[in-house]
Write a new protein. Structure first.
Length: 170
């Protein structure tokens, strides 16, 4: 069965972006395992706000993947690889996990992260913790997120102080 993997960068105080979605604080000097991870997936999942933020950067960065955006509205897709899903999200993700293919990247954001966590649909988390405290912003999970135990699989410390941890959800 395919795995849903939340692969994301976070600040030390667990924010994934500033309040308006800016990620100008992220390190860009190294791929921090992104390229290898990206080759291991064939599908992305994201919420509407994350999708809009990604579009604001310019060209859609995942055109060769199958992309699902969870949204109550269905704008014209930016690219033919994008489909909008607006109902029965846990059922949809369960069906997706059962289909053949590579792993599934949960891109974010907070609301979809929390929904999938609370429905036991995240299998692994790879968190790149940046050495910065933002103080406020968009959290990794919204409230209420259920108590979930994690098993540390790997950790790596990079020269600039970024720590990347890979967890399996128990």
């Amino acid at each position: 069965m395919r795995k849903v993997i939340l692969f994301t960068a976070v600040s030390l105080d667990s924010y994934i972006a500033r309040i308006q979605g800016e990620v100008d604080w992220l390190f860009t000097d190294n791929d921090y395992g992104y390229d290898d991870f990206y080759q291991s997936i064939d599908t992305t999942l994201m919420g509407h706000n994350t999708y809009q933020q990604i579009l604001s950067w310019g060209n859609f960065p995942y055109p060769e993947k199958i992309n699902y955006v969870f949204s109550k509205i269905h704008p014209q897709p930016y690219h033919h690889s994008i489909s909008f899903i607006n109902n029965a999200i846990p059922d949809f993700v369960n069906q997706l996990k059962a289909k053949p293919g590579k792993n599934i990247w949960l891109v974010g954001g907070s609301q979809i992260n929390t929904m999938l966590l609370n429905n036991d649909l995240i299998d692994e988390m790879i968190l790149a913790v940046h050495p910065i405290i933002l103080g406020q912003g968009i959290p990794l999970f919204t409230q209420p997120a259920k108590v979930t135990r994690l098993d540390l699989q790997t950790s790596q410390i990079f020269a600039r102080g970024l720590v990347q941890m890979s967890y399996r959800l128990i």
